[in-house]
Design a protein around this ligand. Structure first.
Ligand code: FAD
Length: 501
């Protein structure tokens, strides 16, 4: 369908990573672009808490696929390194089990092999086969599936050759895919653990997602100097230099729609502005429920379902500690004794897992400027069910309980945080995430990545019913995570540029 594009002027609601990226690409294509952001600073979920000399990233802490960010700056004729310094984190993550078993993968092939052999003697041929299989999948996925604005499922899948289709493992689960290469339960659980953040278990997410652990090994994990927010500052600076108008502290109340076309925006203070086209970077289901005229939320913006299945919520702790925290490295994932039961609790029983999995990051171990001298910045993330599944919660009691469980578990690994060491403590519950950033049902990562919520099955980046309305961010294609959301911004901009021709 071709759409008339009256003027090269566009407003973007929300200065999350998707909104900032779309703005940069559209500015480069000659558009006049204004971003309206409700909060005092850009970044969205990738925001900043500063207190008592500690600098905490609110959300994302694991940065992968640096080539995506390099591509964003290169599109503007700039170099990422002139804006952001990326510090390597290797070994990347330590996975710990309650019985003391640990697994620390590395991008260094020899160290990776030794570590896998320690857990599963004789695994080297399986590891080698896993890496080369996932590399092939990764390459054709990014070239042919992830980065394409394709609305037709047949055309999307037919982009793959028969061999690639078979290799893609979309018809197999991630669990059975990992079992093809690894006998060790610990290696499989470590490589399957990201499923939780994609909104499923290794049993029900497609095997294609073996590319996640591969990509982490192949491209490494990085910390921008100044924390993840250092990257946001670099991207926002680039947008500003290009002439994107970023207006913070300006909440949009609704998108004005008449005769099936976008006409402008109404702001929280009651004022209005005319705009021929709008991109919403606000979480997609929230946009459709709260910013569009009644009725539109009931119409699906994808091929299959009205309401997307969402990824879990999170409780996040931000601790500023006196002194160093010995015994842990930058990223640690604490896995439970009963891995499958934790997924079952979260996704089927809709409760915080009894046998608590959580993630802890200590970014000041890599960049000491994130805390006062001699102190430590700690971030802890616990997955929770989404609010519609869990029902009302007493978050004050729940977070106290969770904190006790986390400290107990840390003690089991000989990591002791005495109460007197806590200089700063901030906590965000799923309710806070929902309220602060407009996250539908408090879901931290947006729509889940089950097979029928990928590619053309996912909510589209253009509205099916309202001319001139587009979407970008974690809720639309290709999906969630900082680099993937950068691709989302680029793809939305490409869609608009096609329409503007
Ligand atoms: C706790 C947590 C941990 C994460 N960890 C990682 C990680 O380690 N690595 C990784 O790559 N990704 C991670 N992610 C995912 C990543 O943060 C997101 O995929 C990405 O930041 C989403 O960006 P977005 O473009 O969708 O915009 P969002 O971040 O959702 O931003 C949308 C913006 O819209 C604004 N807004 C909302 N309503 C209005 C309105 N009415 N008017 C004006 N503005 C409005 C909001 O204030 C916000 O700034 C994590 C997310 C969370 C929550």
């Amino acid at each position: 369908m071709t759409r008339p594009f009256p003027e090269k002027r566009i407003a973007i609601i929300g200065a999350g990573v998707g909104g900032l990226t779309a703005a940069i690409y559209l500015r480069l294509a000659g558009f006049e672009v204004s971003i309206y952001e409700a909060l005092p600073r850009p970044g969205g979920r990738a925001n900043l808490i500063e207190q008592e000399g500690f600098r905490f990233d609110t959300g994302p802490s694991l940065l992968n696929y640096p080539w995506v960010f390099e591509g964003l700056f290169a599109a503007a004729g700039r170099r990422l390194i002139d804006y952001v310094t990326l510090l390597p984190i290797d070994p990347s993550i330590t996975f710990l089990w309650p019985d003391g078993t640990s697994f620390t993968p590395s991008s260094d092939l020899r160290r990776l092999r030794d570590e896998c052999e320690r857990l599963e003697p004789g695994v080297t041929p399986g590891l080698t086969a896993f890496l080369s299989d996932a590399e092939i999948k990764y390459n054709f996925s990014f070239r042919k599936l992830v980065r394409q604005n394709v609305d037709n499922p047949l055309a999307w899948l037919c982009a793959l050759s028969l061999g690639e289709m078979a290799k893609s493992a979309v018809w197999r689960s991630l669990d059975s895919e990992l079992k093809r290469f690894f006998g060790s339960r610990h290696i499989r659980e470590a490589f399957g653990s990201y499923a939780m953040y994609l909104g499923g278990s290794p049993q029900n997410l497609p095997g294609l997602f073996s590319i996640l652990s591969y990509a982490e090994l192949a491209y490494g994990l990085w910390l921008p100097r100044g924390g993840i927010y250092g990257l946001i500052e670099g991207i926002a600076r680039l947008a500003g230099e290009l002439g994107v108008n970023i207006i913070t502290g300006r909440r949009v109340r609704r998108v004005i729609v008449r005769d099936g076309r976008v006409r402008g925006l109404e702001f929280a203070d009651g004022t209005t502005e005319d705009w021929p086209s709008v991109i919403s970077n606000v979480d997609l289901p929230t946009t459709r429920r709260e910013l569009l005229p009644p009725g539109y939320a009931q119409r699906p913006n994808n091929l299959l379902r009205r309401h997307p299945v969402m990824t879990p919520g999170v409780v996040t702790f931000y601790w500023g500690l006196r002194g160093r925290l010995e015994g842990l490295q930058h990223h640690t994932i604490f896995l439970p004794d009963h891995f499958d039961a934790a997924f079952d609790d979260l996704f089927k029983q809709h409760r915080i897992p009894e046998d608590l999995p959580f993630y802890l990051s200590m970014p000041s171990a890599t960049d000491p400027t994130l805390s006062p001298p001699g102190c430590t910045t700690v971030f802890v993330l616990i997955p929770t069910p989404i609010s519609s599944d869990a029902g009302p919660a007493d978050w004050a009691t729940t977070t106290t309980f969770l904190k006790t469980r986390i400290l107990e578990r840390l003690r089991r690994h000989n990591v002791v945080i005495a109460p007197g060491r806590l200089i700063v403590e901030r906590i965000l519950t799923p309710e806070d995430w929902q309220e602060m950033f407009g996250l539908y049902q408090g879901s931290a990562f947006g729509a889940a990545h089950t097979l029928f919520q990928l590619g053309p099955f996912r909510d589209r980046n253009l509205d099916r019913d309202i001319h001139g309305l587009y979407y970008t961010g974690a809720g639309t294609t290709p999906g969630t995570g900082l680099p993937i959301v950068v691709l989302s911004g680029q793809m939305t901009a490409e869609r608009i540029c096609q329409h503007a021709r």
